[in-house]
Design a binder for this molecule. Sequence first.
Ligand code: TMP
Length: 240
Amino acid sequence: MQKKEQLYEGKAKKVFATENPDYVIVSYKDDATAFNGLKKGTISGKGVINNKMSNMMMAMLEKKGIPTHFVEQLSDRDTVVKKVQIVPLEVIIRNVAAGSFSKRYGVPEGTKFSAPTIEFSYKNDELGDPLINDYHALALGLATAQEIDTIKKMAFAVNDAMIEFFKQLNIDLIDFKLEFGRFKGQILLADEISPDTCRFWEAGTWDTTKHVSLDKDRFRRDLGGVEDAYKEVFKRLTGE
Ligand code: TMP
């Protein structure tokens, strides 16, 4: 399948049309941003790792019965996906307090929850992706009640599958962000699953000050070793 005109350029990916109106090609970049684009940088090799890793995760989740947008990997950076209409919600699942949750509610990072949590942000860069609840999403017309119900069930199912998957790689899945899309009347898991969108801590490094991040927090927080962290996660996934 060939790339035709560029439809969109986001912070980390470009999207191209194809000859098939149902499919687009996503092309992963090495560009990294944080804090709604205020911090900018490059993570060398990130696009290749995120492309391959995200495709592996989507394939793993499909096997567990979760429908995704994934169609076919074309090259190191390019993948064919179903052309979904993105639901403008960032769906965040958390197993352990970290990041904005810790800051907002005054809970030390590394505090394990008795059950996973879910939250929604309104995907809107101009507004800074504000936190919203189900009723806000309905009032704003972002999704129907049925879609929100489906999205929640799918997000928790993704969490169950990913916790088990990463446990085998000696990684604790702290939290992650998902996006969903509509395709021919069905809700599909879309966007990406990568160290850009997940918090991965080296297993057993719970201590709030000593946990080892294997994800984009190394970039967000200037911890150093950003490329090595992405490579390490990828090595555990593939042996490469
Ligand atoms: P947070 O603690 O900053 O709200 O982040 C929660 C999770 O969501 C974390 O794994 C990183 C991911 N995330 C994104 O993928 N994109 C974003 O824009 C933000 C803010 C977080």
